[in-house]
Ligand binder design. Structure first.
Ligand SMILES: [Zn+2]
Length: 375
């Protein structure tokens, strides 16, 4: 195979047929079938072999109950089965809303996302690099749907590492939004450190200097329009310092691609190369790593961001020029969130973005200072 050599950890791509099925309706930011597009892209590029794919199980209600209230699990399952949500369920559990709608197959899909995170941590424990792009539902609460998340799959990846008797697990959240759900679940658990790098002034508005979270959390709330130079500086400096002090035995990364330039739900301005560098950096911090997906709402930047992430993790070259099949795939995307004149030429004929350099602003240094002063 064309992946990493023997001295490197082989990468495993976690998948399940439910991730490719029709899901959110056309008006939802997740309407675009992200997992299918990423699968199609890595296949078109010749970047994946059968031996690198692992089909994950669908988590059972008993498994889900480790972090989720049994009444919430049962209510969600029943509502999806009957195709209707009561007013009481909507208020109490947060599903059946515009943000967290129910649709056929939702329960299976959300449970498979959890099954995928457990599988990702297991293959990471076996010495592989795990990639689970359908994972990363970091806003999920024990008894409530939140921010397009119904369960909290990253928590299950972390717990799988803890079950293997590891007692220093780093959670690294690179999504544009604060990883509030994961932080809350492990608040006060000294075996876990949650580190989130997200855009200030965005929903859910936590993880800021005014609202810094528990002692085992570090939050970098970065100013709008963060560029590659600022991001590299943060990751290789303050973020690496926090990670180094914690000395993790395993890492769970939520690699939301809504931090990339062109995403309609954030104003971070990173190239996908900067995000890949951050994850590559994290590969060196611990022997076991599971990389999950997360947010991402621009079909072009999502597909290129995660297809290229897989290339990087599996030792391939994301700078490779897309072939005809890959270009046809990119040309066929549509999105209600992106106007046609906003589609950038490089989104159609490359996987790797051009660098997005810039000065390192004082605000970025201040945000790092604020995060580190708590330690
Ligand atoms: Zn996000």
């Amino acid at each position: 195979m064309s992946g990493r050599g023997e001295t490197h950890r082989a990468a495993i791509f976690i998948d399940n047929p439910v991730f490719g099925r029709a899901a959110w309706n056309a008006l939802h930011p997740l309407a675009f079938s992200r997992q299918q597009a990423v699968r199609d892209m890595v296949e078109a590029m010749g970047w994946i072999e059968q031996s690198e794919l692992r089909e994950c199980p669908i988590a059972t209600p008993e498994t889900l109950a480790r972090f989720h209230a049994p009444d919430y699990i049962a209510a969600l399952q029943a509502a999806v089965a009957r195709g209707k949500v009561t007013a009481e369920e909507r208020t109490r559990y947060g599903f059946g809303t515009m943000e967290n709608p129910i649709f056929p197959g939702l329960f299976e899909r959300a449970a498979a996302t959890v099954g995928g995170s457990i599988a990702a941590a297991r293959v990471a424990l076996q010495g592989h690099i795990a990639f689970h792009p359908a994972g990363g539902t970091h806003h999920g609460k024990p008894d409530r749907a939140s921010g397009f998340c119904y369960f909290n799959d990253p928590a299950f990846a972390i717990a799988t590492f803890l079950d293997a008797a590891l007692d220093r697990v780093l959670y690294l959240d690179l999504d544009a939004h604060h990883g509030d759900g994961v932080e809350a679940i492990f608040a006060g658990d000294s075996r876990v450190h949650t580190l989130s790098l997200h855009e200030a002034g965005r929903w859910p508005h936590s993880g800021t200097p005014d609202n810094p979270g528990p002692a085992n959390a570090t939050n970098f709330a970065v100013p709008r329009a963060i560029n590659d130079a600022e991001y590299d500086w943060l990751i290789q400096g303050p973020v690496a310092e926090v990670a180094g002090r914690f000395a993790p035995q395993a890492i769970v990364v939520t690699a939301g691609v809504d931090c990339l330039h062109g995403d309609p739900l954030s104003a971070m301005e990173l190239s996908n190369r900067a995000l890949w560098r951050a994850v590559e950096c994290a590969l060196g911090w611990a022997p076991h790593i599971a990389v999950l997906g997360g947010g991402g709402y621009n079909p072009w930047t999502v597909t290129r961001g995660w297809a290229g992430m897989w290339a990087v993790l599996s030792g391939r070259d994301p700078g490779e020029v897309p072939n005809e099949a890959a270009r046809a795939l990119l040309a066929g995307f549509e999105s209600d969130l992106i106007d046609e004149d906003e589609i950038e030429p490089e989104w159609l004929d490359s996987v790797a973005d051009a660098p997005r350099p810039g000065p390192i602003r004082a605000d970025v240094m201040h945000c790092a200072q604020a995060a580190l002063e708590r330690r």
